[in-house]
Design a protein around this ligand. Structure first.
Ligand code: UD1
Ligand code: MG
Length: 458
């Protein structure tokens, strides 16, 4: 049976007060819509996104996720036009669903990010079902009425509900598995004669329930919370944080302060990882066994090996770091940095598109951009690779077992051989062969007594 997910994401999200479409607002670094897509069960062959407000922005993100391999199945989009209700939204996908030969639909909301894969897996196994929540304070959710056997009898939106109906605690979570053959005619028959003047998907679901039983599955309310405001966003993030951190603790990760540590949903942490307070891991971050991440460090899309020591306040992105590397405090690894095993990169060192071979050290106040540093080479304090001539970037290549003294600049493109000594304070503009010493600095002048005389004048 062909199962197609329909994800509703055309709403404006007025209460977010944002230029960013609601479904692109992040929870622990990943947009809400990406969480939903990732939770889709294996049975789903294709996903159709119903968009309107912010459509171009959402499509641009989708294209990026596609190239990064983050989409679990092919995804297409349809434009709802002016959103006239959830029923109108699914109807906007009618032609696309027919084109795809959809038999069963999994209908979800793009702004309900914490729905679990296991829940959707279960939802997708039956022929027809909806997710409901039992709430002490059912608020403005649609109310669900069931038959004696627990299947769906009726749904009433809060604004259309009588006092007696409003007292019902079972509410609609807005996620459904439905046969397209029954839903399609029900959508076509919808009317908007209701309190909100909208085409309610819920009315169509009730019509389906007249043709075939629709199971009502009660689910943990935390999974069905929607993101309608910044307050919701913060609440969702707190729930996700607790869920993720607790799962990693079960796997042998230490959190010195779980409440301030934000680990994204795509992080992979080995046992004996230790995260200090205020650490943030976003995107695809992999940490090897025994690696310690210092306070206030931010890491994005980076792979770190085993027993890496990151001292506090480092910023690391799109980099690959080997085993037993030491970083920081205050190191900045930018995109394309590759640090092989046992490299040391110390305070106020910035690297970008730089490879530091095993055992290389750059411990103080340096910039290594578009550079390669050989094995065991030592970069002194205050080194600068002058990689940019104002128009183009150029490479600096330094061999192995080189000693670069402090306060050296190398004007790229430039190549330094192995076993070279570069004298402190040099500006190196020409290539240096293996084994050589290079020095370029003005000769020192010493005038006896002149210093004291000069100071005496003050
Ligand atoms: C809907 C349900 C309600 C349920 C609640 C759960 C209906 C009529 N009501 O209410 O029973 O308790 O969800 O959260 O379905 N959207 C579109 N196009 C539209 C309208 C909405 O794409 O024309 C999208 C929104 O962007 C959102 C989702 O559909 O992602 C749900 O819409 P929303 O307005 O939040 O639904 P509710 O009226 O709150
Ligand atoms: Mg609404």
């Amino acid at each position: 049976m062909s199962t197609v997910a329909v994800i509703l994401a055309a709403g404006l999200g007025k209460r977010m007060k944002s230029t960013l479409p609601k479904v692109l607002h992040p929870i622990l670094g990943d947009p809400s819509l990406l969480w939903v897509l990732r939770a889709l069960p294996r049975e789903v062959d294709h996903a159709v996104l119903v968009l309107h407000h912010g459509k171009a922005q959402v499509e641009a993100e989708l294209a990026r996720w596609q190239t990064e391999g983050l989409l679990p199945c092919p995804v297409s989009t349809v434009d709802q036009g002016e959103p006239l209700g959830t029923g109108h939204a699914v109807r906007a996908a009618e032609a696309e669903l027919d084109r795809l030969g959809a038999e069963r639909l999994l209908i979800l909301c793009g702004d309900v990010p914490l729905i679990q894969a296991s829940t959707l897996q279960e939802l997708a196994t039956g022929p027809a079902a909806l997710l409901a929540m039992d709430l002490e304070q059912p608020g403005s959710y649609g109310r669900v009425l069931t038959h004696a056997d627990g299947t769906l009898a009726n749904m009433v939106e809060f604004k259309d509900a009588s006092e007696a109906e409003r007292a019902i605690r079972l509410v609609n979570g807005g996620a459904y598995a439905l046969p397209w053959i029954h839903l399609k005619p029900a959508l076509r028959a919808l009317s908007n004669a209701n309190a909100q003047g909208e085409y309610y998907l819920t009315d169509a679901v009730v019509a389906v329930a007249k043709a075939t039983p629709v199971k009502v599955e009660t689910c943990d309310p935390a999974e069905l919370l929607g993101m309608n405001s910044r307050l919701d966003q913060a609440e969702l993030q707190a729930i996700a944080r607790e869920r993720i951190n607790e799962a990693w603790m079960e796997e042998g990760v230490t959190f010195l302060e779980p409440g301030s540590t934000l680990v994204g949903p795509r992080a992979v942490l080995a046992p004996d990882v230790l995260l200090e307070p205020g650490v943030r891991l976003e995107g695809k971050v992999t940490l090897g066994t025994g690696t310690r991440v210092g306070q206030g460090t931010v890491i994005r899309d980076t792979e770190l090996g085993a027993e890496v020591l990151i001292r506090p306040y480092c910023v690391i992105q799109q980099s690959v770091v080997g085993a037993k590397v030491q970083l920081g405090p205050f190191a900045h690894l930018r995109e394309g940095s590759v640090l092989e095993d046992k490299v040391h990169v110390g305070n106020f060192v910035e690297t970008k598109k730089a490879t530091l071979r095993a055992g290389a050290k750059a411990n103080h106040l340096s910039y290594l951009g578009d550079a390669e540093v050989g094995e065991r080479t030592n970069i002194g304090a205050g080194f600068i690779s002058c990689n940019y001539d104002g128009v183009k970037k150029h490479r600096t290549t330094i061999g192995s077992d080189v000693f670069v003294g402090s306060d050296v600049q190398m004007v790229a493109p430039i190549t330094i051989g192995n076993d070279v000594l570069i004298a402190a304070g040099s500006t190196i503009t020409k290539n240096v062969p293996d084994g050589a010493l290079a020095v370029s600095r003005a000769p020192q002048v010493v005038k006896e007594g002149l210093g004291k005389r000069f100071l005496g004048r003050k």
